[in-house]
Design a protein around this ligand. Structure first.
Ligand code: FAD
Length: 401
């Protein structure tokens, strides 16, 4: 390979590509375990990709029980507990309401069974309790439609600011010694007998660094990064599924409403977001470049219809919408509906023994810490022993000023 004259070489145990929640979580896990880490992020700030475009829930995912993803739900509920403890300013427990109408797809007995299982998987603590609201309490639900309403379930899950959480996790990694380079795009990765070389461009200058292990945490760009690897690696089979949210005026006080979209029965959340209301999400297959993703008119109309259906007094018009954003999930390839596909994180290494490259495919914001730990286990055989300096289970996370 011809090396530009301006290049400098640096050596790290681990180079992470991507400063979304996974890149931040892996950098945190690696520095806590005593390793030297550099993170490369193409944008000028962390969390400019999916990690600022999620539904912002720290949850087990009640609906994943329908597809039998018990391990994922249990892991996410465990992580929820850890985050409520370590990041009380960033992750808040909220009451969730599930209204069930005569025409709802999910009957009360199904929800009661699901919520019981959810509580069981979450360890049956006080924060896992659920109940049905007394009819007299329905009027506290901020104008929620009550014709043909049969029952309202109330349980607890948590809400965060995904961007702020990612910044806080990244900050904890850099405080422990990780080096974050912003505006740095990984352009070429050369794998050697052990480890590899990452070439990156920043403000027109090409630099490179060497790592014992390279972590591809590029989210929806994961295959773009794979294409830059030498020797050639096969791209991973997955679909990108776009999810849009809208922010509309008007504050919700009671909590988060978990409803079935009247159009197709899909799950939609209607949530307080500061002084406003956040509504989402949609799910449509996306085939373009991850940086070109943008909300479609159909998605915006779909979400407005959901709001009008459940809160008929909220007359939100298209031009009242405060903000719209869309992000892309990385889901296993398939012909079935996105909502039925597995949400587990997959970790793919270039070889079984002493991997030089590991890629993170899919996953949940909620489980980022557990994913970081799993990555460290997967790459342990490629790394020398080091003395840990912290345990990610106990690292406090505070909003970055
Ligand atoms: C609509 C939607 C709603 C969701 N809601 C929830 C939820 O409520 N709760 C939950 O737990 N999970 C949720 N998720 C899942 C969660 O948001 C994602 O799993 C998570 O944010 C993915 O993070 P990531 O770090 O893998 O990817 P990203 O956040 O996209 O980060 C990847 C980073 O890599 C960088 N990058 C890419 N290529 C390069 C390169 N060549 N060089 C340098 N940098 C590069 C990008 O700029 C980006 O910053 C949701 C996902 C979507 C799409």
């Amino acid at each position: 390979m011809n090396r530009p004259a301006t290049m400098t070489t640096n050596r790290f145990d681990i180079v992470v590509i991507g400063a979304g929640i996974h890149g931040a979580g892996i950098a945190q896990a690696a520095t806590a375990a005593g390793y030297s880490v550099r993170i490369l992020e193409q944008y000028p700030q962390p969390a400019r990709g999916t990690s600022s475009r999620s539904s912002k829930l720290i949850h087990g995912g009640l609906r994943y029980l329908e597809t039998g993803q018990f391990h994922l739900v249990m892991e996410c509920l465990r992580e929820r507990q850890i985050l409520l403890h370590n990041a009380p300013q960033l992750v808040k427990l909220r009451p969730f309401y599930i209204p069930v109408y005569d025409w709802s797809k999910h009957q009360p007995w199904i929800l009661r069974t699901g919520l019981s299982l959810y509580a069981l998987l979450g360890g049956l603590g006080p924060q896992m309790r659920f109940k049905t609201l007394d009819r007299r309490q329905w009027q506290r639900l901020e104008g929620l439609r009550t014709d043909n309403l049969r029952v309202v379930f109330q349980y607890y899950d948590a809400q965060t600011d995904d961007r702020a959480l990612t910044h806080a996790v990244m900050h904890s990694a850099t405080r422990m010694g990780a080096e974050l380079i912003l505006g740095a795009t990984a352009t070429r990765i050369e794998l050697g007998d052990t480890g590899g070389l990452v070439q990156f461009s920043r403000t027109g200058k090409i630099s490179e660094c060497h790592a014992k292990v390279i972590v591809n945490a590029a989210g929806p760009w994961v295959n773009d990064v794979v294409q830059r690897v030498l020797p050639h690696q096969n791209p991973y089979p997955y679909d990108l599924v776009q999810g849009t949210h809208i922010i509309v005026p008007g504050r919700l006080y009671a909590g988060i409403y978990y409803v079935e979209a009247p159009q197709d029965g899909r799950a939609v959340f209607i949530m307080p977001w500061g002084e406003n209301t956040l509504v989402g999400t949609t799910e449509c297959t996306y085939t373009g470049a991850p940086d070109a993703i943008k909300p479609s008119n159909t998605e915006i109309e779909y979400l407005l219809e959901v709001v009008h259906h459940y809160f008929p007094q909220k007359t939100v018009k298209r031009n009242n919408i405060i903000h719209v954003f869309a992000g892309a999930r990385v889901l296993p390839k398939g012909r079935n509906a996105a909502s039925a596909r597995l949400r587990e994180t997959s970790l793919i290494t270039d070889r079984e023994l002493q991997p030089r490259l590991i890629s993170v495919i899919g996953g949940k914001l909620t489980a980022y810490r557990a994913t970081g730990q799993r990555v460290m286990t997967e790459i342990a055989s490629s790394l020398p022993p080091r003395t840990p300096i912290a345990n990610t289970k106990h690292i406090p996370l505070v909003p970055k000023q």
